[in-house]
Design a protein around this ligand. Sequence first.
Ligand SMILES: Nc1nc2c(c(=O)[nH]1)N[C@H]1C(S)=C(S)[C@@H](COP(=O)(O)OP(=O)(O)OC[C@H]3O[C@@H](n4cnc5c(=O)[nH]c(N)nc54)[C@H](O)[C@@H]3O)O[C@H]1N2
Ligand SMILES: Nc1nc2c(c(=O)[nH]1)N[C@H]1C(S)=C(S)[C@@H](COP(=O)(O)OP(=O)(O)OC[C@H]3O[C@@H](n4cnc5c(=O)[nH]c(N)nc54)[C@H](O)[C@@H]3O)O[C@H]1N2
Ligand code: SF4
Ligand SMILES: [Mo]
Length: 702
Amino acid sequence: MSLLPVVGGSTGVATRVATHCPYCALQCGQWVGPTGDVDAREFPTNRGGLCQKGWTAGALLNHPERLTAPLLRESRSAEFATVGWDRALAYVGRRLADLRAEYGPDSVAVFGAGGLTNEKSYLLGKFARVALGTSQIDYNGRFCMSSAAAAGNRAFGVDRGLPFPVTDLDDAEVVVLAGANVAETMPPLMGHLGGARLVVVDPRRTPTAERAIASGGLHLQPVPGTDLVLALGMLHAAVTDGWLDTGYLAERTSGFDDAWRVAAQWWPERAERVCGVPAADMRTVVAWLAATSRRYVLTARGAEQHAHGVDTVTAWINLALALGLPGRPGSGFGTITGQGNGQGGREHGQKSDQLPGYRSISDPAAREHVAGVWGVAPDALPGPGRSATELIAALGRPDGPRAMLVFGSNLLVSAPDGNAVAERLAALDLLVVADVVPGETAMAADVVLPVAQWAEEEGTMTNLEGRVLRRRRALRPPEGVRTDLEVISGLAAELGAAGFPADPRAVFDELRAASAGGPADYSGISYDRLDAGEALHWPCPARAPGETAHPGSPRLFTERFAHADGRARLVAVDHTDAAELPDPEYPLRATTGRVLVHYQSGAQTRRVAELAGIAPESFIEVHPDTAARAGLADGDWARVVSRRGKAMARVRCVPTLRPDTVFLPFHFGAGQAANLLTNPALDPISRMPEFKVCAVRLERSS
Ligand SMILES: Nc1nc2c(c(=O)[nH]1)N[C@H]1C(S)=C(S)[C@@H](COP(=O)(O)OP(=O)(O)OC[C@H]3O[C@@H](n4cnc5c(=O)[nH]c(N)nc54)[C@H](O)[C@@H]3O)O[C@H]1N2
Ligand SMILES: Nc1nc2c(c(=O)[nH]1)N[C@H]1C(S)=C(S)[C@@H](COP(=O)(O)OP(=O)(O)OC[C@H]3O[C@@H](n4cnc5c(=O)[nH]c(N)nc54)[C@H](O)[C@@H]3O)O[C@H]1N2
Ligand code: SF4
Ligand SMILES: [Mo]
């Protein structure tokens, strides 16, 4: 396999290219050389640091398991055959056209991802709505940022995870991290938190919680799924201990009285009885937040991936508003976006209810604008489709899609209730997966399309700060591999649809026009401006020729919030139990999450020898007393059983864990997948599944 450098220095000698890490939303700066060698690059988010995943990312470029030819099989029981691109695309095109002719456009579904570049996210959404005419598109960001996004929109009128650059955190005096284990999930971010007293809210004593204790802060250890009560108890303490910022509330917000009516019922001692966090700690943390001038509340998936995740984030926002944080210089509220393009991925129209520019697909004005850019009639655009979990649940059913195209997700490992997911994928007439490696979902498909990866193609990403970045090509993809844009463009051609360029710059220019005037306005951003080194955060609207270009918006809410009246909204939210509670048969609360060296479903990092060597298999963190009660000792294999399935995991006895709680990473496949256990109960607003709580029991396994 050849990896040819495409960038030459003045001497003609290949040089390294400035780009960003393929993995998480911190989008650390990297140099990538002509052989795929990776080095750390100075960039504000990482300041020259990388985590182990970033350092080893090059290992996948030239990996022996790399997919380099399309694979096709006529039946699921058959072996894959290697085929040429013409054959693969013609086959998929014909099958899709046949299904549409027989069952209508909604018989074809599309599943996208927050790891895809802005250009891919945009073109995929357009492909679904225009080339396929289907409403059935959603993406894995539904599993990730949907609760934070919905809560942010409701409170602030716009959803940008961090409405300020991460470097603002450098000067923080107090930072509350609710359900975020950033020491493992974004290690270089810890460099921005070094000067602050940290408060970590997590049922587990994570490395981040250790840092909180070392910083003179606190580790609050709630029962999984009870953050909402904790935040209510803290709001109560803010009021009764006299910390309310009444001037800010009057000037910049509405809805406090409604929110208080609920919080008034949750005095800290009562909240303690539900969430297990000592009332005194609630009061202490509120006092720290109130009595300092540079303070932040940040949430991540631990607070969000619940069947009441939107209300939980809302409760944290209410607290932040009551103390006057959002939009104040040196303070703020934010959510930590996860996937590499988790922010941009939720703006350009791969979400079921959305059009580019973070517009609503149900808004007539938005439909007219985007249809105009796409050269179609507004009526021709489908309406909103199903959310990811509901889409998966409908696959192969009489009223559901019969084919699905997947770009950038290994949903067989990462979606909730894995046994049900496998059953639904098996019920499809046609499953097509575009991937770089033969992950679990690809291997369950009828057609696998091998695609280029980060350092082999051009594009843009929008990081956790809403800053748009250039991904640059450092080397050519292996022979036989195409870019996602080429694949989408090729499939559109098979379907007879025009207007699907494969050139990233052309796609970006179209995206700019489609986003113009929307909440996430990219129209003033260009490859040329980004290549000139400008730091551009959206919104960044285009200006008339002759005017100075818009400088972008690193900080939102300093003057006003994005609601029409300029005010942020407190919303009354109350405690609800997790969708599944422990009982005598399933007495433990299982929660799930991440470890440092693996990324997501593990499709990529389980193939990096250095990382797989460090974490080769699944494990379950268990309190030693809980393990003993189940007849298990440290190092034993446990069978973890829920109402939906069982998963094998090696026991790790952790004395700092709550005895009622166990934890599993979700990075492993086959019989070790944590999602064989999880509950697909959904948040009523965001449709986020309850990844962070389900009831399980432990069994000994021989
Ligand atoms: N190493 C690594 N880094 C990653 C990723 C990865 O897969 N691996 N993925 C990226 C992506 S897409 C994302 S979304 C981010 C996620 O980043 P994080 O949100 O930091 O990661 P998680 O481990 O999912 O969850 C954080 C913590 O929530 C805790 N938790 C569980 N239940 C609860 C609860 O009810 N309340 C509270 N307060 N906490 C709870 C867990 O114990 C866990 O330590 O990481 C990004 N970075
Ligand atoms: N139990 C439990 N489940 C969870 C979570 C949890 O905390 N607990 N977290 C959820 C969260 S936050 C997330 S974000 C999801 C993520 O879970 P997934 O959606 O499965 O995400 P990845 O594992 O990143 O899958 C990416 C796949 O796309 C491939 N890929 C990488 N780059 C590209 C590209 O440019 N193009 C194409 N076509 N393919 C590419 C990779 O090889 C891999 O197979 O998991 C969710 N599932
Ligand atoms: S923190 Fe995220 S972006 Fe940075 S090197 Fe690690 S995985 Fe890559
Ligand atoms: Mo995520």
